[in-house]
Design a protein around this ligand. Structure first.
Ligand SMILES: Cc1cc2nc3c(=O)[nH]c(=O)nc-3n(C[C@H](O)[C@H](O)[C@H](O)COP(=O)(O)O)c2cc1C
Length: 186
Protein backbone atom coordinates (compact mmCIF):
# COMPACT_ATOMS: atom_id res chain seq x y z
CA UNK A 1 0.00 0.00 0.00
CA UNK A 2 1.34 3.48 -0.81
CA UNK A 3 2.44 5.69 2.08
CA UNK A 4 -0.26 8.31 1.39
CA UNK A 5 -2.97 5.66 1.30
CA UNK A 6 -1.82 4.36 4.66
CA UNK A 7 -1.99 7.89 6.03
CA UNK A 8 -5.45 8.51 4.58
CA UNK A 9 -6.77 5.19 5.90
CA UNK A 10 -5.50 6.17 9.34
CA UNK A 11 -7.03 9.68 9.12
CA UNK A 12 -10.38 8.16 8.14
CA UNK A 13 -10.19 5.74 11.03
CA UNK A 14 -9.25 8.40 13.57
CA UNK A 15 -12.14 10.62 12.45
CA UNK A 16 -14.70 7.86 11.93
CA UNK A 17 -17.10 9.45 14.42
CA UNK A 18 -17.04 12.86 12.70
CA UNK A 19 -19.41 13.02 9.71
CA UNK A 20 -17.85 16.32 8.57
CA UNK A 21 -14.57 14.50 7.98
CA UNK A 22 -16.25 12.78 5.04
CA UNK A 23 -16.59 16.08 3.13
CA UNK A 24 -13.93 17.39 0.81
CA UNK A 25 -13.64 20.23 -1.68
CA UNK A 26 -13.54 19.38 -5.36
CA UNK A 27 -12.11 22.04 -7.67
CA UNK A 28 -12.56 21.91 -11.43
CA UNK A 29 -12.32 24.34 -14.33
CA UNK A 30 -15.33 25.16 -16.46
CA UNK A 31 -15.41 25.20 -20.27
CA UNK A 32 -14.16 28.83 -20.22
CA UNK A 33 -11.19 27.91 -17.99
CA UNK A 34 -12.71 29.53 -14.90
CA UNK A 35 -12.03 27.66 -11.61
CA UNK A 36 -15.03 26.41 -9.64
CA UNK A 37 -15.16 24.63 -6.32
CA UNK A 38 -17.70 22.80 -4.17
CA UNK A 39 -18.05 20.48 -1.19
CA UNK A 40 -18.92 16.82 -1.81
CA UNK A 41 -19.24 13.64 0.23
CA UNK A 42 -16.46 11.09 0.07
CA UNK A 43 -18.01 7.66 -0.57
CA UNK A 44 -15.12 5.28 -1.03
CA UNK A 45 -11.43 4.82 -1.70
CA UNK A 46 -11.09 2.19 -4.39
CA UNK A 47 -8.23 -0.21 -3.81
CA UNK A 48 -7.39 -1.30 -7.32
CA UNK A 49 -6.75 2.10 -8.92
CA UNK A 50 -6.52 4.46 -5.92
CA UNK A 51 -9.67 6.41 -6.79
CA UNK A 52 -11.73 8.62 -4.53
CA UNK A 53 -15.41 8.11 -5.32
CA UNK A 54 -18.37 10.50 -5.04
CA UNK A 55 -21.95 10.45 -6.31
CA UNK A 56 -23.50 13.34 -8.22
CA UNK A 57 -25.84 14.46 -10.99
CA UNK A 58 -25.14 14.45 -14.72
CA UNK A 59 -27.10 17.71 -14.96
CA UNK A 60 -24.73 19.55 -12.62
CA UNK A 61 -22.04 21.98 -13.71
CA UNK A 62 -19.29 19.70 -12.48
CA UNK A 63 -20.32 16.93 -14.91
CA UNK A 64 -19.95 19.26 -17.88
CA UNK A 65 -16.69 20.69 -16.57
CA UNK A 66 -15.16 17.26 -15.90
CA UNK A 67 -16.26 15.97 -19.30
CA UNK A 68 -14.43 18.92 -20.83
CA UNK A 69 -11.39 18.83 -18.47
CA UNK A 70 -11.01 15.66 -16.35
CA UNK A 71 -8.00 17.00 -14.42
CA UNK A 72 -9.17 18.31 -11.06
CA UNK A 73 -7.99 19.03 -7.54
CA UNK A 74 -9.34 17.79 -4.21
CA UNK A 75 -8.60 19.45 -0.88
CA UNK A 76 -9.48 17.57 2.30
CA UNK A 77 -8.86 18.82 5.83
CA UNK A 78 -9.26 16.60 8.89
CA UNK A 79 -9.76 19.05 11.75
CA UNK A 80 -9.42 16.44 14.50
CA UNK A 81 -6.01 15.20 13.34
CA UNK A 82 -5.02 18.57 11.81
CA UNK A 83 -4.03 17.07 8.46
CA UNK A 84 -4.54 18.43 4.96
CA UNK A 85 -4.44 16.32 1.80
CA UNK A 86 -4.34 17.95 -1.62
CA UNK A 87 -4.90 15.49 -4.42
CA UNK A 88 -4.21 15.99 -8.11
CA UNK A 89 -6.77 13.76 -9.77
CA UNK A 90 -8.08 12.55 -13.08
CA UNK A 91 -11.85 12.08 -13.25
CA UNK A 92 -13.97 9.43 -14.86
CA UNK A 93 -17.71 10.07 -14.78
CA UNK A 94 -20.30 7.32 -15.10
CA UNK A 95 -24.03 7.28 -15.71
CA UNK A 96 -26.35 4.31 -16.10
CA UNK A 97 -25.43 3.81 -19.75
CA UNK A 98 -21.73 3.65 -18.90
CA UNK A 99 -21.94 1.18 -16.02
CA UNK A 100 -25.34 0.04 -14.78
CA UNK A 101 -24.01 -2.15 -12.01
CA UNK A 102 -21.74 0.59 -10.60
CA UNK A 103 -24.67 3.05 -10.62
CA UNK A 104 -26.97 0.57 -8.90
CA UNK A 105 -24.37 -0.26 -6.27
CA UNK A 106 -23.93 3.36 -5.22
CA UNK A 107 -27.67 4.09 -5.43
CA UNK A 108 -28.37 1.17 -3.11
CA UNK A 109 -26.05 2.71 -0.48
CA UNK A 110 -27.94 6.03 -0.36
CA UNK A 111 -30.45 6.83 2.35
CA UNK A 112 -33.96 7.94 1.37
CA UNK A 113 -32.99 11.53 2.13
CA UNK A 114 -29.95 11.20 -0.15
CA UNK A 115 -32.05 9.71 -2.96
CA UNK A 116 -34.74 12.40 -2.72
CA UNK A 117 -32.29 15.10 -3.74
CA UNK A 118 -32.12 13.56 -7.20
CA UNK A 119 -35.85 14.18 -7.75
CA UNK A 120 -36.05 17.84 -6.77
CA UNK A 121 -35.56 18.98 -10.39
CA UNK A 122 -32.66 20.17 -12.54
CA UNK A 123 -29.85 21.59 -10.38
CA UNK A 124 -29.38 25.37 -10.83
CA UNK A 125 -32.73 25.80 -12.61
CA UNK A 126 -34.97 28.63 -11.38
CA UNK A 127 -37.17 27.59 -8.50
CA UNK A 128 -40.72 28.55 -9.45
CA UNK A 129 -42.08 29.28 -5.98
CA UNK A 130 -41.23 28.58 -2.39
CA UNK A 131 -43.36 25.46 -2.22
CA UNK A 132 -41.60 22.42 -0.74
CA UNK A 133 -39.83 20.23 -3.30
CA UNK A 134 -42.08 17.21 -2.82
CA UNK A 135 -41.01 13.87 -4.25
CA UNK A 136 -43.60 11.34 -5.37
CA UNK A 137 -41.44 9.25 -7.73
CA UNK A 138 -40.47 5.65 -7.06
CA UNK A 139 -37.00 5.90 -5.56
CA UNK A 140 -36.06 2.24 -5.73
CA UNK A 141 -34.34 2.72 -9.11
CA UNK A 142 -31.72 5.40 -9.82
CA UNK A 143 -32.87 8.15 -12.20
CA UNK A 144 -31.05 8.56 -15.51
CA UNK A 145 -29.12 11.59 -14.21
CA UNK A 146 -27.66 9.85 -11.15
CA UNK A 147 -23.91 9.53 -11.58
CA UNK A 148 -20.79 8.15 -9.95
CA UNK A 149 -17.51 10.04 -10.30
CA UNK A 150 -14.18 8.39 -9.69
CA UNK A 151 -11.08 10.49 -9.16
CA UNK A 152 -7.87 8.61 -9.78
CA UNK A 153 -5.15 10.06 -7.59
CA UNK A 154 -2.00 11.06 -9.51
CA UNK A 155 -0.19 13.08 -6.83
CA UNK A 156 -0.64 14.04 -3.19
CA UNK A 157 0.55 17.02 -1.17
CA UNK A 158 0.20 16.12 2.51
CA UNK A 159 0.57 18.57 5.41
CA UNK A 160 0.32 17.74 9.10
CA UNK A 161 0.00 20.62 11.53
CA UNK A 162 0.79 18.36 14.47
CA UNK A 163 4.26 19.01 15.85
CA UNK A 164 6.64 21.86 15.44
CA UNK A 165 7.99 22.03 12.79
CA UNK A 166 5.01 20.85 10.78
CA UNK A 167 5.41 17.90 8.44
CA UNK A 168 4.79 18.14 4.70
CA UNK A 169 5.47 15.57 2.02
CA UNK A 170 4.80 15.04 -1.66
CA UNK A 171 3.79 11.74 -3.20
CA UNK A 172 3.74 11.05 -6.90
CA UNK A 173 3.59 8.18 -9.34
CA UNK A 174 6.96 7.58 -11.02
CA UNK A 175 7.46 6.39 -14.60
CA UNK A 176 7.25 2.72 -13.60
CA UNK A 177 3.95 3.28 -11.83
CA UNK A 178 5.36 3.18 -8.28
CA UNK A 179 4.59 5.76 -5.63
CA UNK A 180 7.49 7.93 -4.45
CA UNK A 181 7.44 10.02 -1.28
CA UNK A 182 9.53 13.13 -0.59
CA UNK A 183 9.39 15.18 2.63
CA UNK A 184 9.48 18.90 1.78
CA UNK A 185 9.69 22.16 3.70
CA UNK A 186 6.17 23.04 4.93
C1 LIG B 1 -21.69 19.08 3.11
C2 LIG B 1 -22.05 19.04 1.64
C3 LIG B 1 -21.97 17.85 0.97
C4 LIG B 1 -22.31 17.78 -0.39
N1 LIG B 1 -22.17 16.60 -1.06
C5 LIG B 1 -22.41 16.54 -2.39
C6 LIG B 1 -22.17 15.34 -3.12
O1 LIG B 1 -21.74 14.31 -2.58
N2 LIG B 1 -22.43 15.35 -4.45
C7 LIG B 1 -22.87 16.48 -5.10
O2 LIG B 1 -23.06 16.41 -6.32
N3 LIG B 1 -23.09 17.62 -4.44
C8 LIG B 1 -22.88 17.70 -3.10
N4 LIG B 1 -23.06 18.86 -2.41
C9 LIG B 1 -23.55 20.03 -3.16
C10 LIG B 1 -22.38 20.68 -3.89
O3 LIG B 1 -21.54 21.36 -2.98
C11 LIG B 1 -22.87 21.66 -4.97
O4 LIG B 1 -23.64 22.67 -4.39
C12 LIG B 1 -23.69 20.96 -6.06
O5 LIG B 1 -23.17 19.66 -6.34
C13 LIG B 1 -23.69 21.77 -7.35
O6 LIG B 1 -22.36 21.96 -7.76
P1 LIG B 1 -21.93 22.31 -9.27
O7 LIG B 1 -22.99 23.27 -9.79
O8 LIG B 1 -20.60 22.96 -9.13
O9 LIG B 1 -21.89 21.04 -10.05
C14 LIG B 1 -22.74 18.95 -1.06
C15 LIG B 1 -22.79 20.16 -0.37
C16 LIG B 1 -22.45 20.19 0.97
C17 LIG B 1 -22.50 21.53 1.68
Amino acid sequence: MSAWKQRLTKSLHQTRNQPESRYFQLATVDTQGVPENRTVVFRQLEDEDYSLVIVSDTRSAKWESLTHQPMASICWYFSKTREQYRFTVNARCYNRKDDKSLIETYWSKLSDAGRKQYFWGRPSSVRQNDAPLRVSEDMTQPPEHFSVMKFRVLAVDYLSLQGNPQHREKHWLDESGNWTTQPIVP
